[in-house]
Design a protein around this ligand. Structure first.
Ligand SMILES: Nc1ncnc2c1ncn2[C@@H]1O[C@H](COP(=O)(O)OP(=O)(O)OP(=O)(O)O)[C@@H](O)[C@H]1O
Length: 252
């Protein structure tokens, strides 16, 4: 499987596309995310890692408007801290969900066409854009199949296609690789790397270390809701606190 990092780009010279500052989320007495920052630039892949319950999904949900948070999120210089989740795709932010829920009785093409309508109100255009999107994720030959008939690897690619059809500038991927067999992992890695090379900013949560370390330009490790470490994959992987809190017991 190809998990080598892309050639290192100096992202620091690019203007951030997404900047999150001091993000905190509380559930009752549980401070699930505590004052976490993130800066994402076009073409950059940020990997979020950390032990179970570290707050990765909650941070992800906070940035995409799915849970109440404190702190600031700027997207292309615009404050979107209070923008509801349903308005973010229109601006250029899309996400996938850990448990994909397509309309099972509809076809693959119909599911992706629903997303395409956001930017292409005419049915013919929406359909044609959906077909192009399916081509990008290698699902065009399954366009007329019902979603309920797809295997896991194809369901994951459909989940990515639904988000891509929104034509995002920033894409959040929540565990789209975990559970796939090595060829399917390699295929998804190729898709994600291609999107970044086109200039999309990507934030991904993933548990498979060799995948996240190979794909990400920058890694953030959370533990108990706080940022434990961040840096290049090499810096984070060799950080003693990260090894103690997370990597030490992980044999992936
Ligand atoms: N909706 C919720 N209501 C109450 N507590 C929650 C809720 N969602 C998450 N939590 C709590 O917030 C903390 C962070 O959970 P979160 O799911 O974000 O961690 P995670 O790093 O994504 O874990 P995993 O790797 O297992 O998916 C945990 O203590 C969890 O129990």
């Amino acid at each position: 499987m190809q998990t080598q990092p892309s050639p290192m780009t100096d992202f620091s010279s690019l203007a951030p596309i997404l900047q999150a500052r001091n993000i905190s989320v509380t559930f009752g007495n549980n401070l699930a995310v505590s004052q976490v920052d993130l800066t994402l630039r076009p073409g950059e892949i940020i990997g979020l890692i950390g032990p179970n319950g570290a707050g990765k999904t909650t941070f992800f949900n906070a940035l995409t408007g799915f849970v109440k948070k404190t702190g600031t999120v700027m997207f292309q210089g615009k404050d979107i801290s209070r923008t509801p989740a349903y308005d973010l795709p229109r601006l250029g932010i899309a996400r996938t969900f850990q448990v994909e829920r397509p309309f099972e009785d509809m076809t693959v093409l119909e599911n992706v066409t629903i997303s395409s309508f956001l930017k292409h109100p005419a049915t013919r255009d929406a359909r044609s854009h959906a077909q192009n999107t399916l081509q990008r994720v290698g699902l065009l030959d399954r366009a007329d199949q019902k979603c309920s008939e797809l295997n896991l690897a194809r369901r994951r690619r459909l989940e990515v296609a639904k988000a891509l059809a929104l034509e995002p500038k920033v894409l959040f991927l929540d565990e789209v690789i975990a559970g796939l067999n090595p060829p399917a992992q390699a295929e998804m890695i190729g898709i994600i790397r291609g999107l970044a090379q086109e200039g999309m900013g990507i934030v991904m949560v993933e548990h498979i270390m060799k995948v996240i370390m190979g794909l990400s330009n920058h890694v953030i490790c959370l533990a108990f809701g706080k940022k434990l470490a961040e840096g290049t994959p090499q810096q984070v992987a060799s950080n003693p606190e990260v090894i103690a809190a997370y990597l030490g017991g992980d044999d992936d």
